[in-house]
Each structure stands twice: as C-alpha cells, then as structure tokens.
Ligand binder design. Structure first.
Ligand code: ATP
Ligand code: MG
Length: 421
C-alpha cells in the first residue's frame, strides 16, 4: 500500500508547533504493518493544500491529511478538497446535534462557525469525533480522476487529543477493511530502563542470532532514561519468531523490562501498588514535583498516592520531613544521609507504605569537585528499611528531572516486584 501523510498548518512551518502527527501516525501505521512512503507539511494556504493533495492522490493508495477542519477562517481543508473533487457539501444535522451536545455537556455557549464543521462532501464517510467538535472525513476518490486506480483520502482534525483516538477507533478499522495485509505482520516492543542500548545489544544480539538470520527484525530505540527493544516479523512464522525472541530477551534482561508496547513506567508503578493495596509518598527536591506529576497523570493514582512534598530549601526539609539540622550541616543537602532522612520522614509523616526521595544538583551551576553537576541521591523507604542510590545524571535541567524520575520510579518498581523475579 502506498501511503502518504500530509500535515497542514502554518504553525508547523513557522516552528511554533512540533509536527507530532507525523511521528505518531507513522508509528501507529508501522506497528500495523503499513509503511508510510512520504510525508509533507504545508502552510494553510489554499494553493499549497490543493496542490499537495492532488500530487499525493496522483501517486498514493492512501492519503492522510491532518488539520484545518475547525471553524476558523484558516481551516480550509474540507472546502478545498470538496471543490477539488467536485463533491457538493451538505449539512449533516446529526453532526450539528452532536456538536451542540458537546458544548451543552461542558456548559459552554455554542460558538460561531459550528455549522461549517457539519458540512459533509458528497459520498464521504464521517469519522465521529469523540473528543472535540469537527468530525474526520474519509473519501474514496474514484478511479480515473487522478490516476488509473481509486484511492482513499482521509482528513483528520489537528488537535492531537482528537486525532489520536479517532485514528485508533475509526481509521484503523477502515484501513483493515480497505487495505487488508496479506502477510501476517507482528510487532512487539519491550520497554526497558536502567540499561544502555549498547549494553542491551551486547547481551541479547548473540542469543537472538538464529532468529534474526531467519528474518526477524531487531531494533533499538534509546531515549533519556529508557531503551526500547523492538521485534518485527512478517510471514506465517512471524508470530512464533517474535514470541520466541521475547522469551529469550526476558530470560536475559527481564528485570529491566518494565512493560511492553505503549506501557509507561508510571502506569506500571500505579498498577503494582494498586494490586498490592500499597501507598506511596514522595519527598522531592531537585525534581520539583515532577515525579508526583508523572504519577498523577495515571488514572487511578488517587488509590495509591498519598502526598508529594516539594522540599527545596533546607528549612523545608527540616520542617516538613524532619531531616536533622546536623545532617544537613555535616553532609549537605545533597547527600546519602539527607536522602535517607527525607524518605523516612516522608514515610512517617504521611503514613505511606513506601516513600521515595530525591535530592541532587541539576546544574548548570552549583557543582563541586566532590559533588559534580548531575549528582543525585535517590532514597526509598519501605516497611523493610531504607535504601539510597547515588546516580550521576549530568544533563540539561529538564532531562535531568526526567531521567531522575525514571530512576526513582524504577527503584520503587523493583521493590514492588514479587521476590525471585
Ligand atoms: P480546530 O478545530 O482546533 O481548529 P483543526 O482540525 O482546524 O482543529 P488545526 O487548526 O490545524 O486543526 O490545529 C488545531 C490544533 O492542533 C493546534 O493547536 C495545532 O497546533 C495542533 N496541531 C495541528 N497540526 C498538528 C501537528 N501536525 N502536530 C501537532 N499538533 C498539531
Ligand atoms: Mg483550526
């Protein structure tokens, strides 16, 4: 299947918005076995949109266009496409009703321009929008109009929180129906943390050689604080190859694998805590509440998360966590004993089963020879006792926070694993 993605939006070309649709859609499609052959971004000008849609329809079986379906004057994709394809637009009253319901539910007045979003080109399939107003549209362009064969043009709304669920629930079924894949395609990602990609490769590449020689594709993707190990296989033996590879890798580096595919570490931690009916609290210094932020992004966090204390100053560490003044003067705020007392203090003050603490030097200033920038102590207080780890995370401040939060959450995850795993 020849697939092309067309992202519209002047903001993308002005560098105001990162084109995340390109990455997200390519990834979703690739995981299903559809590989995108070309991607173009264009500004919201009529000529650009029409020219690129035409070009794309000339050479591709499937064109996915994003953005420009909203109610404002720069949202022109629907109109331009209808005109270009010679399809009349007509008002779909059921869409109007749905949009009215959307605003009623949120107790907001109906904004102007609603009806534009309910205009549907002749013959188009309406892709309902469960998280916004403008529906998506799918049009089969007849054979002979641009090229000998027919093709599909799918238009999706710009906001990621609307586009993503619409793609998953409405576009994928359409793709499976219109472009069935003959070859079975299996893709599996193992999400690891606490090991580097070279180290992972060193451990697993040899033992997987018989499978990669037989056609299994093995890939690594390193990001701050984690490494994905990805298997892709096609053909009748594909599923078996991927399962076998997963078994081999779990046997070798299983303790570092926190999840699969789209799992996130914070989700896994919330699940483990909730399954074991345990609670957690955080005492954060250099991460500024970032660990609490990540955990509270997970639905169900309230069952397991009691409190997060952002104790940035020494006084706050003493006052809210009971860290000893003498500990701070003797060892410093960034030290093993301080991290230990922070974790213990958070556990005692909140009554949580587990408490994580972090204290470190994010930089770029504040480092010393003994404690260079990036030094961080992570404490974990559990019913069995308290442990502290020292890490060196010399990155920019934002990456520092992310990597440190990842290490802290991983320390907690390890403590929650049943013994012997
Ligand atoms: P709306 O009804 O909100 O106007 P729309 O379908 O007209 O939706 P746009 O106006 O193009 O879509 O974009 C809406 C929002 O989605 C903007 O905040 C924009 O920054 C974001 N957005 C659009 N395209 C992309 C993209 N390719 N990647 C990431 N964000 C995007
Ligand atoms: Mg818009």
């Amino acid at each position: 299947v020849k697939i092309e993605i067309l992202n519209t939006g002047s903001e993308l070309l002005l560098g105001r918005v990162l084109n995340t649709h390109q990455q997200w859609l390519c990834r979703q499609l690739a995981d299903l076995g559809y590989v995108v052959g070309r991607q173009v971004a264009v500004p919201d000008t009529a000529l650009d949109i029409v020219t690129t849609v035409k070009e794309a329809l000339n050479r591709s079986d499937l064109v996915i266009a994003t953005g420009g379906l909203g109610p404002t004057s720069d949202d022109r994709t629907r109109d331009l496409v209808a005109e270009m394809l010679g399809r009349k637009l007509s008002l779909d009253p059921s869409i109007v009703e749905k949009i009215c319901g959307y605003f009623e539910k949120r107790r907001r007045p109906l904004p102007p321009g609603t009806e534009i979003q309910a205009m549907v080109p002749e013959g188009a399939v309406v892709l309902a929008n469960d998280f916004g107003t403008a529906p998506g549209l799918a049009i089969q362009v007849e054979a002979g109009r641009f090229r000998a064969a027919a093709s599909w043009l799918i238009m999706l709304p710009g906001p990621p929180r609307e586009l993503r669920p619409m793609f998953t629930s409405r576009v994928i079924p359409l793709l499976r129906q219109e472009f069935p894949l003959n070859d079975e395609f299996v893709c599996r990602t193992l999400k690891t943390t606490g090991i580097g990609e070279s180290w992972a490769e060193e451990k697993i590449a040899g033992p997987l050689r018989h499978l990669t020689d037989a056609g299994l594709e093995l890939g690594y993707c390193a990001r701050p604080g984690e490494v994905d190990v990805r298997f892709v296989a096609t053909g009748p033996a594909g599923r078996h190859q991927v399962e076998e590879a997963e078994g081999v890798v779990r046997g070798l580096i299983g303790s570092h694998i926190y999840g699969t595919d789209d799992d996130q570490l914070e989700q896994v931690v919330v699940q483990l805590l909730s399954k074991q009916r345990k609670t957690v609290a955080f005492a954060e210094s250099c991460t500024g509440g970032f660990i609490a932020n990540r955990l509270t992004n997970v639905s169900g966090a309230s069952e397991v998360f009691l409190a997060g204390l952002v104790t940035y100053s020494n006084e706050a560490k003493e006052k809210f966590l009971g860290v000893q003044a003498s500990t701070l003067t003797t060892h410093g705020a960034v030290s093993e004993p301080t991290a230990r007392e922070m974790a213990q203090g958070a556990r005692e003050h909140t009554g949580a089963d587990f408490a994580l603490s972090v204290t470190g030097i994010a930089g770029p200033t504040g480092g010393t020879a003994e404690k260079p920038v990036g030094t961080v102590f992570i404490g974990l207080a559990t019913p069995e006792g308290t442990r502290v780890k020292k890490m060196s995370n010399a990155f920019d401040r934002e990456t520092f926070k992310y990597v440190t939060s990842q290490q802290a959450l991983e320390m907690l995850r390890q403590a929650l694993l049943p013994p012997g795993t």
